[in-house]
Design a protein around this ligand. Structure first.
Ligand SMILES: Nc1ncnc2c1ncn2[C@@H]1O[C@H](COP(=O)(O)OP(=O)(O)OP(=O)(O)O)[C@@H](O)[C@H]1O
Length: 275
């Protein structure tokens, strides 16, 4: 890679009492990539994400964002870093008492003094970016479908025009068609807006459709590779994940989609994704 990593995790240790969750793990997020994070339940995906976001101070190790160690930063220094990335959490994505437009405007109001007209046009732009109709702006989150809520949360995470986006289980709870449409949106954000994306997902279809590399948390360590590389990895959990019944279904679905629409998906060994 020509450019330095956007995020570097070095010798990261996370321990809760006697429980060791991460044991000296290293991870780089390169500019312009879509990196998936997978692992069994309790393997430490959320803790890793929270550590990279500066929301959890690790037991030991470093997290560098744009070359600066966020584990050493004061709260005010951290605020500036938080402005540079967007994030959508699996739960509690939007404020339920605010309309979608007000939710999107919240981060902008927090940092900038913008006119009502500018706010309205920024909101409209974000709604368009995530494929929501403009009327959705006036609705409360409870008045939207699950897929629309995810898009609205994404619109809010894009409010401050980040170059780096963290997504926590973006397709969880969506039906397969909505999930596939959301994958398409992630590909558009990556390709069209040149965003670097880090996402936790359990969804193999999403991994195949969107990710250029995948980080697998196993045995308190991390294995980072391309999908093709991971398919041949002998670790039992990784083998089961990429060769088990759900993997076979995802593999077949990706092949079918690839035949129907050659620019999409591809199979696990031979993905024809963007790179
Ligand atoms: N604040 C905390 N205090 C104590 N233990 C914690 C804390 N946060 C996380 N853990 C523990 O760390 C481990 C990893 O948690 P984490 O939420 O990162 O798992 P995960 O891989 O995201 O799991 P899942 O896929 O089920 O969401 C779990 O055993 C969890 O109980």
């Amino acid at each position: 890679m020509d450019h330095p990593p956007l995020v570097s995790v070095r010798s990261l240790v996370n321990r809760f009492g006697a429980q060791l969750v991460h044991d000296q793990i290293d991870l780089d997020v390169h500019p312009g990539e879509v990196l998936g994070i997978v692992g069994g339940s309790g393997s430490g995906k959320s803790v890793l994400l929270r550590t990279m976001l500066g929301l959890h101070r690790p037991t030991a190790g470093q997290v560098l964002i744009a070359g600066k160690d966020i584990t050493l930063m004061s709260e005010s220094e951290m605020l500036a870093v938080k402005r540079s990335y967007g994030v959508t959490f699996q739960q509690g994505a939007l404020f339920s008492s605010l309309t979608v437009a007000e939710n999107i405007q919240l981060p902008i109001r927090e940092y900038f003094d913008v006119s009502a007209q500018a706010l309205a046009s920024l909101t409209e732009m974000r709604l368009r970016m995530v494929g929501l109709p403009l009327e959705a702006g006036a609705k409360l989150p409870s008045q939207l479908s699950g897929g629309m809520v995810k898009r609205a949360a994404l619109a809010r995470s894009l409010a401050l025009d980040p170059t780096l986006l963290f997504l926590d289980e973006p397709t969880a709870g969506l039906d397969p068609i909505s999930a596939s449409a959301f994958d398409e949106l992630v590909r558009y954000l990556h390709r069209g807006l040149k965003l670097t994306i880090v996402m936790i997902t359990h969804d193999l279809d999403t991994l195949i459709a969107t990710c250029s590399r995948v980080a697998v948390l196993v045995d308190r360590k991390i294995v980072v590779d391309t999908l093709e590389g991971l398919v041949d990895n002998p670790h039992p959990w990784i083998r089961e994940y990429f060769h088990g019944p759900r993997a076979r279904a995802a593999h077949m679905a990706a092949r079918a989609a690839d035949e129907a629409q050659p620019c999409r998906g591809g199979d696990l060994r031979n993905p024809r994704r963007h790179r």
